[in-house]
Design a protein around this ligand. Structure first.
Ligand SMILES: Nc1ncnc2c1ncn2[C@@H]1O[C@H](COP(=O)(O)OP(=O)(O)OP(=O)(O)O)[C@@H](O)[C@H]1O
Ligand SMILES: [Mg+2]
Length: 269
């Protein structure tokens, strides 16, 4: 089966004035339908950059990214946007909600680009808002919502198109543990019932522990990949990296336990 998304030896460098910041250094990663992946690592290690490449929101400066088998570097913008809308739901670290649109209209927005009629858009958006526990906030503007509520609106917007892949950057970052757990249950259901591929960036070890596969990033590289399925996905960067082997998530059991000490990986200071 064709992978949902494939990243091959991707490098992403940013130029800031005279200096070059290399956010990703030759990262390879394959994400299949039905996978549940957590991405952890310290602040600045390249997690958001990798997620943006996976979602076709950004392009690598070297290497390639295939979304649904299509190379994002050579696809015309409009075609890339169409594939993104069809295949991917994206939850941004900063939510990126439209400030002047209600929660309902924010969630319904991706359906506009799909050509779904207004009544149907609203029906589906309302249903999705209810699933994230916000049925009674549909008319609120983002500024009239708490941070955690905005985050759930962002999740509902990402899911309303029933994507094959959900990419989420710290989706529980602003949620209390009970609300966060409910959201994770929803994602786990989608993963189990509809084989939605999940890639979740997180600093939270409990969130990471719920994923079947965990990758650890450091300095723009994947320093550990707990997947057992495919050798080519593992340890895509085995050279250099400064001897981080002691920090690898080596637990390859189906449900990695939130073991006593996985500290040091991706905890915000
Ligand atoms: N647009 C940009 N221009 C220049 N440098 C950038 C840009 N975006 C990210 N970077 C740099 O690339 C590196 C990786 O950033 P990235 O946002 O991927 O980190 P992260 O792992 O998501 O961190 P965090 O956990 O804090 O969200 C950082 O050093 C950052 O400063
Ligand atoms: Mg980030």
């Amino acid at each position: 089966m064709r992978p949902a998304i494939e990243v091959r030896q991707a490098t992403r460098a940013y130029r800031v004035g005279e200096t070059e910041v290399v956010a990703l250094r030759g990262v390879s990663l394959t994400l299949h339908r039905g996978e549940h992946l957590a991405v952890v690592g310290p602040s600045g290690s390249g997690k958001s950059t990798l997620l943006q490449l996976l979602g076709g929101l950004d392009r690598p400066t070297a290497g390639s990214v295939l979304v649904d088998g299509r190379d994002t570097a050579t696809l015309p913008q409009a075609e890339l946007a169409r594939i993104r809308n069809r295949v991917i739901g994206f939850v941004f670290q900063g939510f990126h909600l439209q400030p002047r649109a209600s929660a309902l209209d924010n969630v319904a927005l991706p359906l506009v680009y799909r050509g779904v009629r207004r009544a149907e858009r609203h029906r589906r958006a309302a249903e999705m808002l209810a699933r994230v526990g916000l049925a009674d906030r549909a008319r609120h503007l983002p500024g009239q919502l708490s941070g955690g509520e905005q985050q759930r609106v962002a999740v509902a917007r990402a899911l309303v198109t029933e994507p094959a892949v959900l990419l989420a950057d710290e989706p529980t970052g602003n949620l209390d543990s009970a609300t966060g757990a409910r959201l994770l249950d929803l994602l786990a259901d989608l993963n189990a019932e509809h084989r939605v591929a999940l890639a979740v960036v997180t600093h939270d070890h409990e969130v990471a522990a719920r994923a079947r596969r965990q990758i650890v990033m450091r300095d723009g590289r994947i320093v550990s990949d707990s997947s057992t399925g495919s050798d080519s996905d593992r340890h895509s960067d085995s050279g250099g990296g400064g001897g981080d082997s002691d920090s690898t998530v080596s637990d390859t059991s189906r449900h990695a336990t939130a073991g006593p000490d996985r500290s040091g990986q991706g905890r915000r200071a």
